[in-house]
Ligand binder design. Structure first.
Ligand code: PCA
Length: 216
């Protein structure tokens, strides 16, 4: 039985829901066969989010960690390739914190790659009928902070854990102008179940050799 920790974020930026937490809750409520899934909500606060993630990892002792965040404007479920060691907040976080050009972890490496098989994860979601892609940037707000923080926790404290970050589109209820893209949380959760099964059965060093590269 593979043990999974899935996290989503609290609402931020003045919104009343966060689609990442909606999707995380749905996956934990109905986990895929063969996986046990625990969900934890992370605060959208630079100074607290990595400690909350560490506490959740300690409490649930997972084999796999999948952190989710909401990315307004993205059409599909995007598997992040890398977290970078920089915070540059365009808006304040939920505690009013607004770091500009500060490292996530002073003195630590410039970046950490996902330790999930990102190509197999994308392929599995597409096979399940859910739009998905690799993303080469998680931004520079709290989601990148946690993407990097998860990589650092794995590198320094939890060497047996594999994990990575996925951005999900907003839910239809959050997008009422008819222009911005949205995906129902149930559809996202369906894709994430396929992602988790692929991640559980695919060693990261045996990821699919297919390009998901971008020219810009
Ligand atoms: N999305 C934000 C932070 C929390 C969330 O769900 C981001 O992409 O950084």
């Amino acid at each position: 039985m593979t043990r999974v920790l899935i996290t989503g974020f609290a609402p931020f930026g003045g919104e009343s829901v966060n689609s990442s937490w909606q999707a995380a809750s749905l996956v934990a409520a109905e986990p895929p066969t063969g996986l046990t899934v625990t969900a934890a909500e992370l605060p959208c606060v630079f100074a607290e989010s990595i400690n909350a993630l560490r506490d959740a990892i300690r409490a649930s002792t997972p084999d796999l960690v999948l952190c989710l965040g909401q990315a307004g404007g993205r059409r599909g479920v995007t598997v992040e390739r890398v977290g970078i060691n920089i915070d540059d907040a365009r808006i304040p976080d939920n505690a009013g914190g607004r770091p500009i050009d500060e490292p996530v972890v002073p003195g630590a490496p410039a970046a950490y790659f996902s330790t999930l098989p990102i190509k197999a994860c994308v392929a599995a979601m597409r096979e399940a009928g859910v739009p998905a892609a690799v993303s080469n940037t998680a931004g520079t707000f709290v989601c990148n902070h946690v993407t990097y923080g998860l990589g650092h926790l794995i590198a320094t404290e939890f060497p047996h854990v594999r994990g990575g970050f996925v951005h999900v589109p907003q839910a239809p209820e959050q997008v009422t102008d008819g222009a911005a893209p949205a995906l129902p949380p149930a559809t996202v959760a369906h894709g994430l179940r396929a992602l988790l099964l692929a991640a559980a059965r695919t060693p990261t060093d045996q990821d699919l050799k297919v390009t998901e590269g971008a020219t810009h």
